[in-house]
Design a protein around this ligand. Structure first.
Ligand SMILES: [Zn+2]
Length: 253
């Protein structure tokens, strides 16, 4: 299989109205078999081993046309969430409306155009352009709200930490290190306020007890008597509940 053999596959997709915006085809020297896969972020991918014979690849792709059409639809629907009309920051009790504008030069990334209103540029050549600009805004928003929030809770409890980091992470809402640094997930802003307070108090309690020992929970319960119920509630929230535009990994596309 050579690059020139890809024309046949391209024509096949074209005949079935499969839009190439959502599909990547690549030749791989490492792939051992022909792979069809799809994800909202990466789109539909067809990975072809160099060693494969062109007529065979064409035949196999023909057989997978219904799957490719379905996957293409899923990617397209999923990606429409990249440009949300509204952003609900439950933790802060703020709802932002978002307007998208086509930019010829891609220079105006994002503007705060009024109270709770954002205007974001679209770049037709880059589907993740708007989401990345929203993420930059969101990161600043998270730092500006979470850092003073922890600071005031810590002061009320007379606890001292070293530094607070706000990150975009998948699996953890927060953590506290031996060096007394606190890491917070910026996606906390999508949770209700009382669950954010749970996470903040949880990490602050680690300044007293690093592990989850009985002493940790006793100390934590004195601050938040229903901390165990809140923990259960927090655990029922999956990372998938985070809007796609805010999810990690868009930068690496
Ligand atoms: Zn913990």
């Amino acid at each position: 299989m050579q690059t020139s053999d890809l024309d046949g596959i391209n024509n096949l997709l074209l005949r079935h109205d499969i839009h190439r915006d959502w599909v990547t085809i690549r030749l791989s020297s490492r792939a051992k078999r022909l792979i069809f896969k799809s994800s909202v972020i990466k789109g539909v991918e067809i990975v072809i081993p160099h060693a494969a014979k062109a007529p065979w690849v064409l035949e196999m792709t023909q057989k997978r046309i219904p799957w490719i059409q379905q996957a293409e639809r899923r990617v397209r629907d999923g990606r429409s969430q990249l440009n949300p009309a509204q952003i609900d920051l439950k933790a802060l009790g703020e709802t932002w409306s978002v307007t998208f504008e086509n930019t010829d030069k891609g220079r105006n990334g994002l503007l705060v155009s009024g109270d709770y209103a954002l205007t974001v540029g679209l770049n037709p050549k880059d589907v993740f352009y708007a989401a990345r600009n929203l993420q930059k805004w969101f990161q600043q928003k998270a730092r500006a709200s979470l850092i003073p929030w922890v600071a005031s809770l810590a002061e009320n409890r007379s606890l001292k930490y070293k530094k607070i980091y706000v990150k975009n992470q998948v699996s953890l809402w927060g953590s506290c290190s031996k060096k007394r640094n606190i890491n917070l997930n910026r996606n906390l802003l999508f949770l209700p306020k009382y669950l954010v307070e749970y996470v903040l108090h949880h990490e602050l309690t680690h300044l007293e007890h690093l592990n989850h020992s009985g002493e940790f929970w006793r100390s934590f319960s004195r601050v938040l008597p229903d901390c165990k119920d809140l923990r259960r509630e927090l655990r029922s929230i999956k990372p998938d509940d985070i809007p796609l535009w805010a999810s990690p990994g868009l930068d690496s596309v």
